[in-house]
Design a protein around this ligand. Structure first.
Ligand code: BGC
Length: 603
């Protein structure tokens, strides 16, 4: 295969080589341009979806890009395009996909075998859309729940992240989808949990905590690695030659290709071309330059001609990209419409959803169960309520259909809300209020006809820096399609206290508890929150993370068909961690240590 790569490389012009290294976003590049500029890869940013957003629309789009990339004439070589998406919890951009719990929930399962099966199912649903590459798994080791991407991290424990890394890569890649370990490196270690912030640690700690999971991913043969938008000790990872060239490619022997993150090269220098030169020389091979790809191509070409970037570096980058394309069988695959599994019937199938439901069951962590209120009796009269009780969008979180996720049930086709799962097993259960954000919490229902109440509360969907907890102020947009409207660039809030972020939750829980009925609280959140007041007022308390489309997995456990097996993947704070960016910050008192979790075996 090295031979095939060398032969192809020897035939390529400088324009063709630079084109291979360039990755525009689908909204900003046509199939004609893919051919004209010899583009090597195209991506969808979160929520960037073709047509009616059905698998067939995706296959049609990919087919058109593929056909353009495969035309061969005097000016263009046939090299198949590699299309990338964020299938970070299932192929969740696409309508009707099976949506898995976000990584933090998978961390609670402590089940590497299931993680591999999730990788297999995800890959099948990615291939159903005619796509060959996903920007997953995220191998961040999150240490501060204020970080808006905490839910993308399996755990604060590098060993657990490492134990999952290889299995997820294997599940995806054995099923024909190239994986991408991200974000190299230290994304989860930034001060005060600021997204795209600065990870201030010595090299020993960086290696022990943050690079360790990559060793497992590399052993499993991960084909690509994405660079982090964060910095290490004040230096941007995107320009970090030591970390990329020396450590990852040299010492660790990574032979795949390194891709930059969304506009990740921009902050390296005031001059865009200068930034591009720095990033290429630091060892990045492919460039996610969503809108500015033409400037990237023109600038890099000029600087190679000036000798600012050695041609050997360009050749190395292109050889790595071609090698990955050969290794994942792209040259042998027929056009997307002709591929097995394209627009296939397993997409969103019952069988796939069963795997997600199993993950939901295993990811729930029981934090409190006074007087054995759980498991509930299926014949009991149960009042179900709360803003997250009947909202499939909310339980999926960010990176679902839209970059920032969606609220309500409309955009999540298939699957079950928590309420729908309960209704299916407990015929006497009643939903009070609409269950969505419309739930009227001002007036409370009369509970005297009920035996228990299940209250589902928690965070609204968010992604990246817009999920940060910090003082109000602009969040670097850096990415994707920003939602319109005022406040769009603000962080989620300035406290981890649920009672301050969403006071309606506590009002509801307390109001119901005051009527003497046992309250079972289910928390939907991308991270541990400070919930001491809600815990006190509840008889039982379940952390459900962001369970995804299969809310029925919650009912499986609440009613005792399965026991709680989830254990905290991160310590649970009892108070808000102190300190802002630029300070050491306190961890916040620990209420429950990592590994905590009760069972509710029926007595
Ligand atoms: C994120 C990446 C993601 C990329 C493409 C960036 O904003 O940091 O994790 O893969 O967008 O959507």
């Amino acid at each position: 295969m090295q031979e095939q790569v060398a032969v192809l490389l020897a035939r390529m012009t400088l324009d063709q080589k630079i084109g291979q290294m360039t990755q525009p976003e689908r909204m900003h590049v046509t199939p004609d341009e893919v051919k004209r500029y010899h583009i090597g890869s195209v991506l969808s940013g979160g929520g960037s979806c073709p047509g009616d957003n059905r698998p067939a629309d995706w296959v049609a789009m990919n087919d058109a890009y593929w056909a353009a990339s495969m035309e061969e004439d005097g000016d263009h070589l046939a090299i198949p395009i590699l299309y990338g998406v964020d299938a970070i919890h299932g192929n969740a951009n696409v309508l009707g996909a099976t949506i898995f719990p976000h990584n933090i929930g998978l961390g609670a399962m402590r089940d590497p075998d299931l993680v591999e099966r999730i990788g297999v199912v995800t890959a099948r649903e990615v291939r159903a859309a005619g796509v060959d590459w996903t920007f997953a798994p995220t191998l961040a080791v999150a240490h501060d729940p204020r970080w808006g991407r905490t839910y993308e991290s399996f755990s604060e424990d590098p060993e657990l992240v490492a134990a999952y890394a290889g299995r997820m890569v294997k599940g995806l890649q054995d099923s024909g989808v190239a994986a991408c370990a991200k974000h190299w490196v230290g994304d989860g270690g930034t001060r005060a949990g600021v997204d795209q912030g600065d990870t201030v640690v010595d090299e020993e700690e960086l290696r022990r905590v943050h690079t360790a999971p990559y060793t497992a991913a590399l052993e499993a043969g991960v084909l690509t690695v994405m660079v982090s938008l964060s910095s290490w000790n004040g230096e941007k990872c995107h320009g970090h030659r030591y970390l990329i060239q020396d450590v990852l490619k040299g010492e660790m022997g990574f032979r795949g290709f390194v891709v930059s993150d969304w506009n990740g090269i921009d902050p390296l220098a005031d001059d865009y071309t200068e930034a591009a030169v720095m990033a290429v020389n630091a060892g990045i091979d492919m460039f996610m330059v969503p809108e500015t790809w033409q400037a990237f191509i023109a600038g890099l070409r000029e600087r190679v001609e000036w000798g600012h970037v050695p041609i050997e570096r360009i050749d190395d980058a292109v050889a790595r990209i071609l090698r990955v394309k050969f290794l994942c069988g792209l040259f042998e695959r027929p056009r997307p419409w002709g591929r097995r599994g394209s627009n296939g019937s397993s997409f969103g199938s019952r069988e796939h959803r069963e795997v997600a439901r199993e993950a939901v069951r295993k990811s729930l962590v029981l934090l409190k169960n006074d007087a054995g209120v759980l498991p509930l009796d299926k014949g009991a009269r149960i009042l179900v309520t709360g803003p997250a009780a009947h909202d499939r969008g909310r339980q999926c979180g960010g990176f679902t259909v839209e970059w920032q996720g969606v609220g309500g049930n409309g955009a999540i086709e298939g699957g079950t809300s928590v309420w729908e799962g309960i209704r299916a097993v407990a015929p006497e259960a009643v939903l009070w209020g609409e269950g969505g954000d419309g739930t009227a919490v001002g007036e409370l229902p009369d509970t005297h006809d009920f035996d228990a109440t299940v209250v589902v509360v928690g965070e609204r969907p968010y992604a990246e820096g817009l999920g940060d907890i910090r003082e109000p102020g602009p969040v670097r947009p850096g990415t994707n399609h920003l939602p319109a409207g005022p406040g769009a660039l603000q962080p989620y809030g300035n406290t981890l206290e649920l009672a301050a972020l969403h006071p309606e939750a506590l009002r509801l829980i307390r109001g119901l508890a005051a009527q003497g009925i046992p309250v079972v609280t289910v928390l939907i959140s991308g991270r541990p929150l400070v919930v001491s007041a809600e815990l006190d007022a509840s008889r039982a308390f379940v952390s459900a993370w962001l369970p995804g489309s299969e809310g029925a997995g919650v009912a499986d456990v609440l009613f005792g068909d399965h026991d709680f097996v989830g254990r905290l993947p991160m310590a649970w704070p009892g108070e808000m961690p102190g300190g802002g960016e630029g300070t050491e910050g306190g961890r916040g008192g620990v209420l429950f240590p990592r590994g905590y979790g009760l069972s509710a075996t029926r007595k």
